[in-house]
Design a protein around this ligand. Sequence first.
Ligand SMILES: Cc1cc2nc3c(=O)[nH]c(=O)nc-3n(C[C@H](O)[C@H](O)[C@H](O)COP(=O)(O)OP(=O)(O)OC[C@H]3O[C@@H](n4cnc5c(N)ncnc54)[C@H](O)[C@@H]3O)c2cc1C
Length: 381
Amino acid sequence: MNHVVDTLIIGAGPAGLSCGIRLCKRGVSNLVVEKRSFPRDKTCGGGVTNKTYRLLSEELELPEEALSKIFCDENDVLELFFGDLRLTHSKIKKPLRFVKRREFDHFLATEYQKRGGKLLENTTCSSLDPKGHTATLSSGDTVAFEHLVISDGALSPTAKSLGYDSPELAFCVETHIPKEALPNHTAVGVSFGVVKNGYVWVFPSGKELCVGLGGLYDQSVRYDAILKDFLRTLGVDPEPYPIKGAFLPYGKLVKQSRGMDNVLLVGDAGGFVDPIYGEGLYFALASGIEAAKAISAGHTSARKAFLARMKPYQKIIRDGKRLQKIFVLPASQKYFKKVAQGRNNFVGFYIDHLLAEYDYPYSRLGKLIRDYRREKKTAKA
Ligand SMILES: Cc1cc2nc3c(=O)[nH]c(=O)nc-3n(C[C@H](O)[C@H](O)[C@H](O)COP(=O)(O)OP(=O)(O)OC[C@H]3O[C@@H](n4cnc5c(N)ncnc54)[C@H](O)[C@@H]3O)c2cc1C
């Protein structure tokens, strides 16, 4: 065997690398194989919420100074739209940060290697036998491992080859335009009512704006054409700006309960994405970290230990999926447009407590509304 490790990790996105960083910290030997080489692009809005930031700084213990350099933008104003009608303009207490994935993932890969992690780029597995604990890599090298972490993204060829179901998918397209093209667009923008079963985002991204949209995947929808039309309604000629598309999971988790005890699916490969916003970085990091904790605790079934640790996250995703099903109905959208208009403070409260932190899971939206009213009353008194 060319490599003998406790854990083989397939895919060096945030999920695989966070798992690797945590395993290195615990002194558990591991190897990450990645089919591309860094720095590499990844289609993503790059939005980082406060809860995601905390995972980077507290759980992965990445140095604050290095972290502060990795964000290309930050913003504390969010505007909601329905089509081109502006519904709200909300100041948020916990600003949203933004990264460029080319730099962010490269940074994580470097931090992983600094901690002694071994990363093989331009490499895939040509054969994999989790029961026999062996793999052969595209380079011809062989690996003996105890645990296998699958973190090769939404389409996860590795999970598919081992017989796992695919997660339910959304499809997103995005492009980058210079900020000067939309000088009045200074807030984080989110528009509903433009694309079926999804939304449009306009995220600040350094000198650019990342404009994208996506929704539950429907083959008949021309996502790129809708994005171009959207840009035209903003007065921007879309033609000079290349559009890229990618899948992401959107609600249905991959069933791992009957999987092998030494195989763990993390990040997009496991379907761990918020089904309302498509926020995946938080779940990628969280599931990578929880996988490392489960593996390093030395349980007979790392998978069972991992799934037990993932229960609160799975609850958020399942409750979010229920809400998504209601939210996409035309009647709900009409109602949302009516009730959201002008509710600037409530939307700010919602962003600070739900999106930024998950202080309230989706099943407790009623409590969030009651607490907001109480806070408003106290502030008035
Ligand atoms: C358009 C778009 C916008 C998004 N915007 C946001 C956002 O603003 N905020 C947010 O939080 N989330 C966002 N997401 C979701 C987020 O990008 C993902 O949830 C996140 O990247 C998941 O991380 P991961 O490590 O699981 O997978 P990935 O980031 O996809 O990484 C998988 C890695 O595996 C590698 N790989 C693939 N196949 C193999 C193989 N066979 N062998 C070895 N390596 C392999 C890939 O090259 C890649 O490096 C967005 C997604 C899309 C598509």
